[in-house]
Design a binder for this molecule. Structure first.
Ligand code: MSP
Length: 516
């Protein structure tokens, strides 16, 4: 049976500065989904990258005395390095300055033009360089002689230029049909907002610029570069080999299963993007998920507040897995969430060092002490054993349902409830007492077996969140060679650990961190 394809993407970040923890959060969340789907037997393609054109890039570069390409090279490398340090399992890190992306962007342009969806006219309106977006008069307000976009608070400037337009208005009815599709937009609340926005009438979209030249040239008219959002959204097609729609990647993975993006850019992905795809006669992505924003110590991250968190420094201090765990445990994916250093350290100490680390350490020490590390399938099952088995099965089921629904924090809590239950099981069964009584040898075997099996299951369930830790647990449990081969289906039934299995040596997973 061939595996079902699953194509997942993040937004591509502007490399006009260095990456911060908010960027890390998005790629981690997407990576967790990608790893979960692989674990669940899907054939996954996962893409992330950088969005390098536009006025913001050009202006920032000029201020720094660089070319836009130099700035992009420098910072794109930092985004890539951040993703590598976080263990992000992307299949391609796309840059919109990659040659094949120019080809794909120009190809979509020509195709839309042939379909009669592009025309040349003049544009006058309020442009925000920070958002790389035009706003209507009533979407802006004036304060102290400067106009701002109401939605994002960014400065807007009056801009007039010759521009190509995309016939967005033509697709309004089809968009409304699309929004009626259950599950297309998440969170659901956005759907109503978008529906009333589209019902209010769509204007055609200005899709080229003449006031600067850092962009993909418009085919046949070099005076114009493409509007950065048009080329940026196209990255999802470039990554599958577009314009070759007959190629292996494209036929296998398009349409995308999931575009995971921040809440503020959901509208680009649910208005402009599906309309472009309709103009190209291509099938539409199955889901756009808008995640919330990270705030730090109660405030929006900003250079002036001085609370911008550098993910690389955090990884160096605490390790990538701890950061991955913390962010996804602490924050509900569809909502904004606050992070702080204290909260991070508390999670590491209580959840990772204590609950998980101690369970592993206690289990391996007892296995070594009482049985020389050899795990026998127990002959005498107790009611405690049966209830642990039952909870393991329920845990796998519930975790799977939560992960499929992208309820990542609840899925972690499900696993931690099982870890807590397993710790309690040690106290209930008191192996140190069983070990003193020869007549209880069969029961002791059963307890040790149950602990190793429970930890084996746990290591697989946490693998999407903490891939390095999961592998280390797996190795300590004595399953070193098996890790990449295990699938979710393998742990659906109790008893995967073989009779006579030999466990490895205990090593500390997470040292406790003293709060100074
Ligand atoms: N380049 C566009 C996206 C184009 S997608 C075809 C862009 N870039 S960005 O660098 O501003 O943001 C990249 C992603 O990071 C967005 O999804 C955005 O929501 C996310 N985040 C940026 N700051 C964030 C937080 N503080 N918290 C969580 N995610 C945030 O938009």
């Amino acid at each position: 049976m061939t595996a079902t394809p699953y194509y997942i993407t993040t937004a591509i970040s502007y490399p006009n500065g260095t990456p911060h923890i908010g960027h890390a959060y998005e790629t981690i969340a997407a990576d967790v989904m990608a790893r979960f789907k692989r674990l669940d037997g899907f054939d996954v393609r996962f893409m992330t990258g950088t969005d390098e054109h536009g006025q913001k890039m050009q202006t920032t570069a000029e201020k720094q005395g660089k070319t836009a390409k130099e700035l992009a090279d420098e910072n794109s490398a930092r985004f890539k390095a951040m993703n590598d340090a976080l263990g992000i399992s992307y299949d391609r890190f796309i840059r919109t300055t990659d040659p094949d992306h120019y080809e794909a962007s120009q190809a979509i342009w020509k195709r839309m033009e042939e379909n009669g969806d592009i025309y040349l006219d003049k544009y006058a309106g309020w442009y925000s360089v920070r958002d790389e977006a035009y706003y209507a008069e009533d979407e802006t307000e004036e304060r102290d002689g400067q106009r701002y976009a109401i939605a994002t608070g960014t400065e807007v400037e009056w801009t007039e230029e010759e521009s190509y337009f995309f016939r967005l208005s033509k697709y309004a009815d089809k968009l409304l049909e699309l929004y009626a599709t259950q599950g297309y937009i998440y969170p659901e609340s956005r759907r109503n907002e978008l529906t009333s926005f589209v019902k209010g009438g769509l204007n055609d979209l200005s899709i080229s610029r003449t006031t600067f030249d850092w962009g993909v040239p418009v085919p046949g008219n070099d005076k114009h570069v493409m509007y950065v959002w048009v080329d940026a959204l196209t990255n999802y097609l470039t990554g599958l080999g577009y314009p070759n729609t007959e190629g292996e990647l494209f036929t296998k993975y398009w349409p995308a299963d999931l575009h995971l993006v921040g809440k503020e850019i959901v509208r680009f992905h649910t208005i402009i993007w599906p309309c472009i795809l309709m103009a190209l006669d291509l099938p539409l992505p199955k889901k756009v998920y808008g995640h919330g924003w990270l705030i730090v110590d109660g405030a929006k991250m900003s250079k002036s507040v001085g609370n911008v968190v550098d993910p690389i420094a955090l990884i160096e201090e605490f390790g990538a897995d701890a950061i991955r765990y913390f962010l996804l445990r602490e924050i509900t994916l569809g909502q904004d969430g606050n992070i702080s250093r204290d909260a991070l350290i508390n999670r590491i100490n209580s959840d990772l060092a204590n609950d998980l680390g101690n369970l592993l350490h206690r289990t391996l020490s007892m296995a070594k002490k009482y049985r020389g590390g050899v795990i026998a399938k127990g002959t005498e099952e107790t009611a405690f054993d049966a209830s642990l088995e039952e909870m393991a099965a329920e845990t796998v089921k519930m975790y799977t349902a939560q992960m499929e629904a992208m309820e990542l924090s609840p899925a972690i809590r499900t696993v931690w409830a099982f870890i807590a239950r397993t710790n309690k099981y040690i106290d209930e069964t008191a192996p140190w007492t069983l070990a003193k009584d020869e007549a209880k040898a069969g029961q002791l075997d059963s307890v040790l077996y149950h602990l190793v099996e429970a930890l084996h299951i746990t290591s697989i369930l946490i693998a999407p969140f903490m891939p390095v830790t999961a592998r280390r647990i797996h190795a300590q449990l004595g399953f070193a060679d098996d890790f990449d081969a295990v699938q979710l289906a393998d742990i659906a039934h109790w008893g995967r650990v073989a009779d006579g299995h030999m466990v490895g040596t205990a090593k500390q997973l997470f040292p406790r961190i003293e709060i100074v």
